[in-house]
Design a binder for this molecule. Structure first.
Ligand code: G4P
Length: 528
């Protein structure tokens, strides 16, 4: 086996998705602890949970550091090389969060056992489902009072539309949480909270399901409940079918408590065993194999530098095939030119370090002099294939941008277009008029502040943002429907994106439904 093949086969690249506060950061941190990438609990959390106030965010960027929220974490565990793609969760939720999912080969969905499926989980899940990648569920916070286990699974199935298959099963929750039963080994990992002076930890002992000690630990009632539930599962539940998991049709479900480090190692072992190393990806010249293919990758995210003195940007590239070596010459397909990738970096939680080599599955940060766009393909010179583009997702917050100083029209247009090109905001113009009215749409509201700040600092152009009452946007499918004939459209705004694709802005989902009902033949799209 070639060394490239060995390197690629040990790679696992995944994203963790969740609603804020479900425990994504805590879980990530425990993974890193196992991999020895960090050695104290709290190293990741400190920064990531500082619920970024605008000023914080800018300070971080000004210092030229890339914030934790946009980082890629790489660590080694059990012979694997693992890349976790972090998906920002709080106010800094943005379209980048969606795009990061394009670079992942699988996803871990963290759900708070007391809350079930929440709003942001649904949005992120949809993007993963669109790509048919394997999705593993970790139901967290079992040390707190959780919803009924069957109800939780039903909720996932009904709300998200994915089948579930529990790999293990919890015994009680909250104060009565006794552990998890592994359906394959028929062993119970017994949970016992221990206090270690501040940090929360749990003791884990394994007992067989018919061990008398288990009955004692769990108590008669919970033990009875467990045996009954296990019987129901064995009779009615489906077998874990790895092919369906690989296609993203069934989600293996695990229970645990990230905070107390309970159930994490089991999860990691199963997850690594059941996911694959990077798979071939589709290009316009057919499928490119990660091992035998030439070096290639695509840009999924561009992050501007907030430092005025350095207008450079960092482009995040997911390597899809082959090996990357520092200093190698590559071909930028969309830019139609050969170039050396300067300062290739690994972007880690708290630091960026220059790297010498990277392999399919890895993500590296490369210096962008302003020539890359999201979705661009980079490959070995001599090749010209392109990977499928990265979709654009409908924003949910909209403002009209007004220029304070009308004399600075040129800077205004240049700034807005440049920032939009980086992908954090989308700009729309009125359906009939040209650029006389500019609307910006964002997925997360923090981007509004960033836009204002950058327009003022980088383009010396003061802007005013006037909130618009829309929360839904849909592109109009080009099927011959004439928007001039749109009926009952008093509360709907017609607009166009910068590529002149027509779209509609709605105040709420109900308006979207009504519009479709009132306009036969109209077809709308949430992702372009
Ligand atoms: P996020 O990244 O998904 O937003 O969640 P994060 O890990 O920051 O966790 C959110 C809160 O939930 C944190 O508490 C964290 O300690 C807690 N938490 C995470 N996993 C578990 C768990 O398994 N059990 C329990 N009981 N709590 C858990 P916080 O009070 O907001 O932060 P902190 O003060 O503890 O840092």
């Amino acid at each position: 086996m070639s060394s490239i093949q060995q390197e690629i086969e040990k790679r696992r690249t995944f994203a963790i998705i969740s609603h804020p506060d479900a425990g994504k950061t805590t879980l990530t941190e425990k993974f890193l602890l196992y991999g020895g990438a960090i050695n104290t609990a709290g190293s990741v959390k400190g920064k990531a949970s500082a619920k970024h106030a605008v000023s914080d965010w800018m300070e971080i960027e000004k210092e030229r550091g890339i914030s934790v929220t946009s980082s890629i974490l790489q660590f080694h565990f059990d012979g694997y090389c693992i890349n976790i793609l972090d998906t920002p969760g709080h106010q800094d939720f943005s379209e980048d969060t969606y795009r990061t999912l394009m670079a992942a080969d699988s996803a871990v969905m963290v759900i708070d056992g007391s809350k079930g499926v929440e709003a942001q989980t649904i949005k992120l899940f949809k993007v993963c489902a669109m790509r048919h990648i394997p999705i593993f569920t970790f139901i967290n916070k079992m040390d707190r009072e959780a919803k009924d286990t069957f109800e939780l699974l039903e909720e996932i199935e009904n709300v998200l539309g994915i089948k579930t298959c529990p790999v293990n099963w919890p015994i009680g929750s909250g104060k009565r949480f006794k552990g998890v039963y592994d359906r394959e080994t028929k062993q119970v990992a017994v949970f016992k909270a221990v206090s270690t002076g501040g940090s929360s930890e749990a003791e884990e002992t394994d007992l067989s399901i018919d061990d008398a000690k288990l009955k004692e630990e769990a108590g008669e009632e919970l033990y009875q409940q467990l045996t009954e539930e296990v019987e129901i599962l064995d009779v009615a539940g489906e077998e874990l079918d790895s092919e369906l998991v690989a296609k993203g049709e069934v989600s293996p479900v695990f229970f645990g408590s990230a905070l107390t480090n309970f159930g994490i190692e089991t999860f990691l072992h199963h997850f690594l065993k059941m996911t694959s190393s990077p798979l071939p990806r589709v290009s316009n010249e057919g499928v490119i194999d990660p091992v035998t293919g030439p070096f290639s990758g695509f840009i999924f995210k561009i992050q501007a530098n907030m430092n005025k003195a350095h207008r450079d940007r960092i482009a995040f590239m997911r390597i899809c095939s082959g090996k990357f070596e520092a200093g190698m010459e590559v071909y930028h397909v969309q830019g139609k030119r050969k170039q050396k990738l300067l300062q290739p970096q690994q972007v880690m939680a708290q630091s960026r370090s220059v790297i010498d080599e990277a392999y399919a599955g890895d993500v590296i940060g490369i210096f962008d002099p302003g020539t890359f766009s999201i979705g661009d393909t980079i490959c070995e010179p001599g090749k010209k294939f392109q990977y499928e583009g990265i979709p654009t997702f409908a924003p949910e917050h909209f403002c009209r941008v007004v220029q304070a100083d009308t004399m600075k029209r040129k800077q205004f247009v240049a700034g807005i277009t440049q920032i939009a090109q980086e992908g954090a905001i989308q700009i729309f113009k009125d359906y009939n008029l040209d650029l006389s009215e500019i609307i910006v749409g964002v997925v997360g509201v923090l981007q509004f502040d960033v836009l204002k700040f950058r327009m003022e600092n980088e383009y010396n152009c003061e802007v005013r943002l006037e909130p618009l009452p829309y929360s839904q946007m849909r592109w109009v499918r080009d099927n011959g429907f004439n928007l001039d004939n749109l009926r009952r459209s008093s509360e709907i705004k017609k607009a166009k994106d910068m590529r002149d694709n027509p779209l509609l802005l709605f105040q709420n989902e109900w308006n979207v439904r009504m519009c479709l009902e009132n306009n036969e033949g109209l077809e709308l799209e949430e992702v372009k």
